[in-house]
Design a protein around this ligand. Structure first.
Ligand code: NDP
Length: 260
């Protein structure tokens, strides 16, 4: 199916790893020019090099919590292509903590990360998204927004708030910009690779560790998801093919959710 993205411009935050990197690759495959950002310059350059054979890529170091950085990213995209048709707010990470072991400082950090990773970039790119005529925002969020886990209390609450914010934005930015999200379960990416590397029992190899994890979590499709499987949904929601879809979400969790 032609998604109608050819010749358009996407910005993917956190495009240097995992879901963001797979999304950048997917969108390049659709014929888009893609700007990616991340904080670590080495990882960013590796990503740029791996993507450059797929199409036109701009890679810019940027902490999305730093407003000046985000404005510089926006300026770079303006100089590079003078347009942004799709903003993928993907950058971030989860926080493992119960209510008892989350300090006030950690709450502030987590709420800032989850909210301002949306707010800073949407403020910066809104004008170009409006000018696009087919502007779209797709946020990468977690199933925790709907289904909190006891060991991720702070992240779960923040993610629920973000879904609420996105719903408001879908109304406020309509009819010019569509706003949707993907809510993901467990996806094989940098986050889970770091948890695998930090595992206490080193006897299991990566495949065994991941399949044990899927079993422990009772994932009906019996495995973790792949970043490419999330990228497919992001490409769809961000494309003119989804032109009558806003304020909605696609769940990509292998059937992990318990709500209807
Ligand atoms: P990865 O760790 O593989 O990728 C995260 C990306 O975000 C990296 O490119 C990282 O680069 C970037 N990033 C993180 N913080 C910032 C920041 N402040 N400014 C700019 N870039 C940043 O993880 P995933 O691909 O899994 O994560 C993608 C999104 O999906 C995240 O928001 C994550 O929370 C969410 N998610 C993932 C789940 C999963 O199971 N994988 C589950 C639920 C949600 P750098 O560190 O160099 O800045």
């Amino acid at each position: 199916m032609d998604l109608g993205l050819r010749g358009k411009v996407a910005v993917v935050t956190g495009g240097s790893s995992g879901i963001g990197l797979a999304t950048a690759r997917r969108l390049l495959g659709e014929g888009m020019a893609v700007a990616i950002c991340g904080r670590d310059p080495v990882r960013l350059e590796q990503a740029r090099a791996s993507l450059s054979s797929h199409g036109d890529v701009l890679a810019q170091q940027c902490d999305i919590l730093d407003k000046a950085n985000v404005l510089a990213l926006c300026h770079a995209v303006t100089v590079w292509r003078g347009a942004c048709d799709l903003l993928v707010n993907n950058a971030g990470q989860g926080r493992v903590s119960t209510f008892a072991d989350t300090t006030d400082e950690a709450w502030h950090e987590e709420l800032t990360l989850k909210f301002f990773s949306q707010i800073n970039t949407i403020r910066a790119f809104e004008a170009m998204l409006r000018a696009s005529g087919q502007g779209a925002i797709v946020a990468v969020n977690s199933l925790l927004a709907y289904q909190p886990e006891p060991h991720m209390v702070c992240t779960s609450a923040a993610r629920a708030g973000v879904q609420n914010l996105l719903k408001s934005l879908a109304g406020e930015l309509a009819p010019v910009i569509r706003v949707n999200s993907v809510v993901v379960g467990l996806i094989e990416s940098g986050q889970w690779d770091r948890r695998f590397a930090a595992r206490e029992d080193k006897s299991n190899d990566r495949d065994t560790w991941f399949s044990d994890l899927a079993r422990k979590k009772n994932i009906p499709l019996a495995r973790l998801g792949l970043p490419e499987e999330v990228a497919n949904a992001i490409a769809f929601l961000g494309s003119p093919v989804a032109s009558y879809t806003t304020g909605s979400q696609i769940e990509i969790s292998g059937g992990l959710s318990r709500h209807i």
